[in-house]
Design a protein around this ligand. Structure first.
Ligand SMILES: *Cc1c(COP(=O)(O)O)cnc(C)c1O
Length: 639
């Protein structure tokens, strides 16, 4: 029995602390008195919250299977307001004379629905869009109705791209071309002359300031994007020659995404503000200072400069940025520019939640060690037995090393035919008994030897879950990014098992074995024992940024079902939109299968079997119809 069971009931406060939901939930996610996760729009200021379990039952009633990605449009609305209000407050408090104009970088989540909601909710702040490719520009142009909002074009631009942007300017949109490579300028000036449009030009610079975090290389001197200072001057000279310095209006840099340390942010803003000020002295029109993205999300809730966190609040970020720009401009006696930021992650991360059910569990069993060994037991087994008897807090490390040594010896002997399978099985029981006791004893140690640090994951249960890491949380696989993960119900019960999560792809990388922890990274996640005949649901939170389109079709698991939810003031909720995930036929068509040919092929095979007398003609009908149903079905496990 563990301490909690002895002291009394497991409460929602215990769950809150264990999973850190108050630290990372930003007020949107919390635990109800019924022990279920509730979602509350407006950073928890709203009175009405909705239980994820109620949403799950609504989803099931409508015939949707797990996994499901939920999008809460109120949360997006809230995050846009939060960012804009934070900038506007900083501007007011500090007496800044310019304004703030945010743009949402489309690449962070390009889904049509996301862009539609972004432009709708962004309108009241004139929040615009940033695009990095022709396809993104075309998507943006179909939705940009706000002439006050900025449309910023980064990325390499061909003639077609440039023409579209120039037409946008002609129609009255605030569309900017940001020059990433010097060669682009000629094409822009050329097309602008032909189409008779004055372009709005920006330059993207490489800042020398470096940032920590996962994406450190995207900024800084070694960044592959952006111009160095002599290239910037080259652009100024070209424009000066053509008497077009009035078109140079914007300075841009992007330090990288998820920047955990506010010092790096401040130092880059200062550097860019200095370049901005110099460009004005060179005679450029300017007016816009675009600081790119980088505003981080506190995925682990630790408020530290760890890569999954950030050591600043959104309010602090805004105040620091505004203050830094203001100080540089005031020192040089220049007007305050319009501050543009391209925050993507911070706007959309909170908005989506991935839900899935657990399909099965492989429990780690602690085997009892027999009291005595048979006389003829192999020597290595006897040695392992001795290790097991002598294990104590004082000799943990020695026992661990010995246990590994004898286990390997036994494996070798087995390979050479010197011991039987049954003998090997006895040894393995003893070995795992030792390892599980070491894991328990380890908790009492002040200094844990590095070899023992990850021992918990070796004895964790494996929860097999109905989702694909590669499709739904690719960054967890690709760069070990951490996301908050927890059960969405039963939070008044003690989660007595330590688990790692395996997905449905059966790929050895299709697993999650790093979890958020306030002080470090945790190798296991506490979960509940499964109840018979009751589904157990787990949520992965803060997955709105980058995960959806980076996901791939590994093992042909396709897009999940998506349900968009609006929470109403009265605490009810509406299913605003449902998008069916990929069917088997859909994913096969992505890899160039022709489903018609496939059906014909299968029918022919089945007809052969009829001819050979293996099945009857009416059995063939049933078999062929199963095949057709399979093609129409969901790629995930269906109940
Ligand atoms: C990716 C990207 C962003 C978004 O960064 P976040 O950290 O998600 O806010 C902004 N600007 C540019 C140029 C980018 O490439």
């Amino acid at each position: 029995m563990n301490k909690v069971e002895l002291l009394g009931r497991w409460t929602k406060e215990n769950s809150e602390e264990l999973y850190g939901i108050k630290n990372w939930g930003s007020g949107y996610f919390s635990i109800s008195d019924k022990g279920e996760i509730i979602v509350t729009p407006n950073n928890g200021r709203s009175a009405s919250g909705v239980s994820l379990m109620d949403i799950i039952s609504g989803v099931k009633d409508r015939g949707f299977d797990m996994p499901v990605l939920l999008r809460f449009e109120n949360i997006l609305d809230s995050q846009i307001s939060f960012l804009n209000n934070s900038f506007n407050n900083a501007i007011k408090t500090l007496g800044y004379k310019g304004t703030y104009r945010g743009v949402y970088p489309v690449k962070v989540n390009q889904q049509q629905q996301v862009l539609e909601e972004m432009t709708k909710f962004g309108q009241r702040y004139h929040h615009g869009l940033e695009v990095g490719s022709k396809a993104e520009l075309i998507a943006a142009l179909s939705l940009m109705t706000d002439r006050e909002a900025c449309l910023i074009c980064n990325g390499y631009k061909d003639e077609e791209f440039i023409d579209l942007g120039l037409y946008a300017v002609k129609m009255g949109l605030k569309c900017f071309f940001v020059i990433e490579i010097p060669g682009e300028l000629d094409t822009i000036l050329n097309r602008a002359e032909i189409l008779g449009v004055k372009p709005n030009i920006g330059v993207r610079i490489k800042v020398a300031s470096k940032a920590g975090g996962y994406w450190a290389e995207s900024g800084g001197d070694r960044s592959v994007f952006g111009l160095n200072m002599s290239q910037v001057i080259g652009i100024v000279d070209t424009l000066k020659e053509k008497d077009m310095l009035g078109c140079l209006k914007l300075l841009h840099y992007h330090l990288g995404s998820q920047i955990p340390n506010i010092r790096d942010i401040r130092s880059a803003v200062l550097e860019a503000a200095r370049v901005y000020s110099e460009l004005i002295k060179e005679g450029a029109a300017m007016g816009y200072l675009d600081l790119g993205g980088g505003l981080a999300v506190d995925y682990d809730g630790s408020s530290t400069n760890f890569s999954s966190s950030r050591n600043y609040s959104v309010e602090e970020y805004c105040a620091d940025v505004v203050e830094a720009v203001m100080n540089v401009m005031d020192a040089d006696g220049l007007p305050h520019p319009i501050i543009v930021t391209e925050s993507g992650r911070a706007l959309v991360a909170y908005y989506s939640v991935l839900l899935f059910n657990v399909l099965d569990v492989a429990r780690f069993e602690v085997f009892d060690v027999p009291d005595t060994l048979p006389d003829n037991a192999p020597e290595a087994t006897a040695n392992l037995f001795e290790v097991s008897k002598s294990l104590g807090i004082k000799n943990i490390q020695e026992c661990y090393n010995d246990a590994l040594y004898y286990r390997d010896q036994i494996r070798e002997m087995f390979k050479h035919g010197n011991i039987s399978l049954r003998e090997r099985s006895v040894s393995e029981k003893i070995f795992w008994n030792i390892i599980s006791r070491i894991a328990r004893e380890k908790k009492k140690m002040k200094f844990v030897p590095p070899e023992l640090e990850n021992i918990e994951s070796a004895i964790a249960d494996i929860y097999y879950c109905n989702f694909s890491v590669f499709q739904s949380i690719p960054d967890s696989w690709a760069i070990d990014q951490l996301f908050p993960i927890m059960p969405v119900h039963r939070l008044l019960e003690i989660p007595s098992r330590n688990a790692v999560i395996a997905d449905i792809t059966c790929d050895c990388d299709g697993k999650i074995d790093n979890f958020i922890d306030l002080h470090d990274v945790s190798k296991t996640l506490p979960l509940h024992l499964l109840n018979n005949d009751e589904d157990y649901y787990i949520g992965v939170f803060l997955v709105g940024a980058y995960q959806e389109t980076l996901g791939d079709l590994h093992n042909l698991f396709g897009d999940t079902n998506v349900v968009s939810i609006r929470i109403n003031d009265d605490g009810g909720f509406d299913f605003v939109r449902e998008i069916y995930g990929d069917s088997v036929a859909d994913v096969l068509s992505y890899v160039e299968y022709d489903t018609k040919d496939m059906k014909t092929g299968f029918r022919t095979i089945a007809e052969e079997a009829v001819k050979e007398g293996r099945i009857t003609a009416s059995e063939r009908r049933e078999i062929v119809s199963s095949f057709d149903n399979g093609l129409r079905g969901y790629t995930y496990y269906e109940r």
